[in-house]
Ligand binder design. Structure first.
Ligand SMILES: [Zn+2]
Length: 303
């Protein structure tokens, strides 16, 4: 049993499953390493009927899921859950976005309707109160040039995730009931989501989450799920540098330590990138906050 959840559409029951469908949106990040692996594009081309050529895509980052805070559908996922290992996908929950398809309005029943796919996903700790999963989205400009142009221009900038969730837990401290199927839902989650009960906001914690897709949508449940940056062609170091707010150091450090690799490897950097870092600091050093200079120094040490 599982719940099929999206962040843009109300709950919907599917087939033989007692499932919910939800979708959220996404903002997100930059890791150039996978982008240069053309074998990935060949695999994705076969799966999603998209181009095998990385040059046929436009790239942007988008916030996909915000952690620890319910969206307007009353769905929330904790940082702990986003880092939970998903054995069937052989990665952590937030990493199940990687290589998932990009769809429009969650029309995801046929993978070959995909307009592109998710190249990468990272956990971004923007600050203490704003943590989220950021994705690098590749949209095939040869398959859907209108969508690609709209995403690059910003005319379309809203996203929503689609996920399969093993169970839902009521947020109310005096309930906390866990439901593995619809018939097990407590009365609060059945009819009182996003209402205050005894002074507490009622929403549902998503537990055991596998992300299945990301969609472009008109009305996302997660209002922060928007384009963060258009990355142009194959994103690499320059985009990473443009991205680094001071608090992101923590996110990189956590991700690197959990993968047992260095920051440099995490971001797909090699020694040739040191020249670019030096050039960047030379050109913009007087405008770079001291905290970011520390990050750049650490990156150089890690390469
Ligand atoms: Zn309850």
């Amino acid at each position: 049993m599982a719940f099929w959840i999206t962040a843009s559409i109300p709950i919907k029951q599917l087939g033989d499953f007692n499932s919910f469908r939800r979708k959220a949106e996404t903002l997100k990040v930059v890791n150039g390493s996978n982008l240069l692996d053309e074998t990935i594009f060949e695999k994705m081309a076969a799966l999603y009927a998209v181009s095998p050529n990385p040059q046929d895509y436009r790239y942007l980052s988008a916030l996909a899921v915000r952690a620890n805070v319910p969206n307007s559908n009353g769905d929330a996922v904790s940082r702990e859950e986003l880092f939970r290992y998903r054995p069937l996908r052989r990665c952590r929950s937030f990493e199940t976005f990687i290589h998932s398809p990009l769809h429009v309005n969650h029309f995801s029943s046929n993978p070959k309707l995909a307009r592109g796919f998710i190249v990468d996903a990272i956990y971004n700790t923007w600050d203490e109160d704003f943590e989220f999963v950021e994705t690098v989205v590749a949209v095939d400009k040869t398959k859907d040039p209108i969508l690609a142009d709209a995403l690059v221009s910003g005319k379309i900038n809203k996203f929503s995730m689609g996920s399969i969730v093993e169970s839902l837990q009521c947020s109310l401290s005096f309930c906390k009931k866990v439901a593995h199927k619809q018939s097990e839902l407590c009365e609060h989650l059945r009819s009182q989501k996003m209402q205050y009960i005894n002074g507490e906001l009622c929403f549902e914690w998503n537990i055991g989450v596998d992300y299945e897709e990301l969609s472009v949508v008109d009305n996302p449940a997660e209002k922060m799920a928007m384009t963060r940056k258009v990355l142009g062609n194959i994103p690499k170091l320059r985009n990473v540098l443009n991205y680094l707010p001071p608090a992101q150091r923590e996110g990189f450090a956590i991700a690197a330590s959990e993968r047992h690799i260095s920051w440099g490897e995490l971001m797909g950097l090699d020694k040739s990138d040191i020249e670019i870092i030096d050039e960047y600091v030379r050109l913009y050093g007087n405008k770079i906050p001291p905290s970011v200079l520390v990050v750049l120094k650490k990156i150089k040490e890690a390469i």
